[in-house]
Design a protein around this ligand. Structure first.
Ligand SMILES: N=C(N)NCCCC(=O)O
Ligand SMILES: [Zn+2]
Ligand SMILES: [Zn+2]
Length: 354
């Protein structure tokens, strides 16, 4: 069957869902072309079907395909930004990395090498996990491409800076401790957002603080709101090369039941999407969305949330790729907003201006 894609600016976009039913055919992320269908990609979406690093419920090895399936309803224009991401840049889906489920060290090597290969010609990477173990090799590759330590924002219920589990150093609870030890993070510019839930002891926080992490807890997001959260983060990170790692369990289990280590009291999907929109203009060099475990999902709630989070991340990358700033301009939804001042006070515009 002919694919009937939307094309603009020389970029091959998604299959046109007004001409081919969106539920038809094999799923790629957002119905985008496969990497082998395009000459080059500015952003490559890739799946990492790996969950051998989990400490509780398994299943994130099926996450990437679940997110792809749940992404069929995404439309090509993002009115929150007034951006059509797949027109601005070429985005393509590279399919899944072939990682060894029985050997974590080898899996980490494979992920790092594949990430380097996929970014060799200048593409950025947006990775769909997989458990959080995969963030370590992805960060290594991103730091190598950036030419030095990078800033990181880590959305998660958990710190993931623990030391070992059962003596194992490479697990989904330890990637960011390893990353700090390896010197690949700019420790002046790393932060967790959405942290909550019981810890093993107070030492967890002491260690985390010593590594340089700032923390915006889930409760902070509630009490301070999206605007102050965004302002604090922008202040801390500025224009540094930034990697964003999103563990979907940052969302409340009501918004993301399909995950392996759920914690009550999380942020909403609306808050997460709005926080990412507040990062407009920041220098995003790579991102992942991890820990989607479809067997625990219901009605694609988690898959849909993850697919939209990835869409906002790719929009941030696509927005940056186009010269000229739209900051402060009333476009898209904003142009038609009623009571805009009340809803998004001047501070937000100021906070999102470079
Ligand atoms: N979901 C991630 N990435 N980490 C959770 C580790 C929680 C624990 O086993 O204590
Ligand atoms: Zn987590
Ligand atoms: Zn995590």
């Amino acid at each position: 069957m002919e694919e009937l894609r939307i094309e603009a600016n020389g970029n091959l976009g998604p299959i046109d869902s007004s001409r081919i039913p969106r539920y038809a055919g094999a799923a790629t992320y957002a119905r985008l072309p496969r990497l082998d269908q395009v000459a080059k990609a500015d952003v490559t979406v890739v799946g990492v079907p790996f969950d051998s690093g989990v400490s509780y419920r398994p299943g994130a090895r099926f996450g990437a395909n679940h997110v792809r399936e749940a992404s069929r309803l995404l439309r090509p224009y993002n009115p929150a930004w007034d951006v059509s991401p797949f027109e601005n840049i070429q985005v393509a889906d590279a399919g899944d990395m072939a990682v060894n489920p029985f050997n974590i060290n080898e899996a980490i090597e494979t992920i790092q090498q594949n990430a380097l290969d996929l970014t060799a010609a200048g593409s950025k990477l947006l990775t769909l996990g997989g458990d959080h173990t995969i963030a370590l090799p992805l960060l290594r590759a991103a730091a190598e491409r950036a030419g030095g330590p990078i800033a990181m924002l880590h959305f998660d219920a958990h710190l993931d800076t623990w030391d070992t589990y059962f003596g194992a150093a490479y697990t989904h609870g330890t990637p960011f401790r390893r990353a700090v030890e390896e010197g690949i993070l700019d420790t002046e510019a790393i932060s967790h957002i959405g942290t909550r839930g019981p810890l093993y002891g107070k030492k967890d926080l002491d260690d985390d603080h010593r590594f340089g992490f700032g923390i915006v807890t889930s409760a902070d997001v509630y009490y301070q709101g999206v605007l102050e959260t965004v302002a604090k983060v922008r202040d801390r990170i500025g224009n540094r090369p930034l990697y964003i790692s999103v563990d979907i369990d940052v969302l409340d289990p009501a918004h993301a039941p399909g995950t392996g280590t759920p914690e009550a009291g999380g942020i909403t999907s609306r808050e997460l999407l709005e926080i990412i929109r507040g990062f407009r203009g920041m220098n995003l060099v790579g991102a992942d969305v991890v820990e989607v475990s479809p067997a625990y999902d219901h009605a694609e709630i988690t898959g849909v949330a993850a697919s939209h989070v990835a869409y906002e991340l790719v929009t941030l990358m696509a927005d940056n790729a186009v010269p000229g700033s739209r900051f402060g301009k009333e476009t898209g939804y904003q142009a038609q907003a009623i009571g805009q001042e009340a809803r998004r006070p001047a501070g937000f515009a100021a906070a999102t201006k470079e």
